[in-house]
Write a protein that binds this ligand. Sequence first.
Ligand code: AMP
Ligand code: MG
Length: 477
Amino acid sequence: MALEFDNRYARDFPSLYSAQEPMGFAEPQLVVANDALVAELGLAEEQERLADWFGGRLPLPGAQPLAQKYTGHQFGVYNPMLGDGRGLLLGEVKDGQGGFWDLHLKGAGPTPYARGGDGRAVLRSCIREFLASEALHHLGIPTTRALCVVAGELPVQREHVERGAMLTRVARTHIRFGHFEHCFHRGLGEELKGLMDYVIERHWPDLQGQPAKVFFERVVHKTARMVALWQAYGFAHGVMNTDNFSILGDTFDFGPYGFLDDYQPGFVCNHSDHSGRYAFDAQPSIALWNLNCLAMALSPLIASDDLVAALKQFQPALAGHYLKTMGRRLGLCEVSGQDAPLINELLALLADEAQDYNLAFRWLGEARQDDKLIPCRDHYVDRARFDAWAERYLARLRLQDVGDQGRQLAMNDANPLYVLRNYLAQNAIAAAEQGDFSEVRRLYGLLQNPFTDQPGMAAYAQKAPDWGKRLEVSCSS
Ligand code: AMP
Ligand code: MG
């Protein structure tokens, strides 16, 4: 079955892109494919063509490849020179439900926005994006998706010579905050409004006919929810530049990201981020900072009082989503602000003891209301402190009308057993670089069901070994 394209971006925004054909691999090799997404897009019968289409050797029928122009704030500084330097929007594909998916090929050669870069992506970073976006998706965190990774024969120079690859990203949209910033700073008023209308018509049709401020409010709320879920599950994005922020509030552009192993609120996953601008605990305030940039860009369309009022909704929206998710993680049926001290004291204990963030919640599922002690106390150094917290937690659990078993099942559905730990990704990448893709596929399989105990996979449900926590992720990609 062929994909059904409707390439409205190409049609409507000629001033916001450069048409560009992919520079394909001569010998593309499929590393991993997302079977569910392949099927959802109607490509199940086309398995043997995936490497050729998404390794750029053969043109994808219906695609209209182009490099998008956008700008953005990188580490707080406006950069007018940005755009897809090595990524191409292949086009917008209709799904069976009347929705659209952007297909985007990353690593297909330099574009007019490459700024001297080689336009390529390395196998390591493509695997990292593939695994992370699927891991987040299956945790219920809004994110772009990944269709497949295709390795090529090209050597690519980074800190070392690495193998080149391409990632096909599938996203509801590739419109970034930076698209609006470009239009604003260049005085492209018609395009600015056109982009907003395009996003509304394609993705938020319920906003049609409403004042423009409602659009910005929607972006604020979606962004708040995304970041609240990052904080609740311990995801550090690493490069929260405004060109890496999707207008739909989907996690976007995976570079040197990291999932927390030990709970370290100040964790900086990006080793080039010397000031810690994008530290884990700074993410909410940076997201708000990015929304301020977007507000400025939308100021020709929305009155400043309305922009300010919408920005003020960010903090309460984020706190609400965070509290709700942390409540689920603790097995609380109804959570309120009164539960915040219970959550915060647990987090302080996890931080002081450098406990594994995600496993700590999974272990709490073993709590039994009639017992004084929770078995996972043995993991803690300061048992008296843990027991004192546990006493309050158990008292809180007794206030609700749920049995231990039901609560544990609900908690297991909120607390992943399998997390995309850096060292697990690294093991899979090391094998892939030797030509063995089985570990990438195994890890991907596991992360599709992060909450369910899977036979024979106990080794993947353990804390990271010390060497694994110390791994430095290269931010070159
Ligand atoms: P990123 O840090 O991946 O979000 O990239 C920031 C900007 O640099 C984007 O405009 C990318 O398209 C561009 N870029 C990153 N790596 C390359 C590369 N190897 N060649 C060309 N452009 C690149
Ligand atoms: Mg980017």
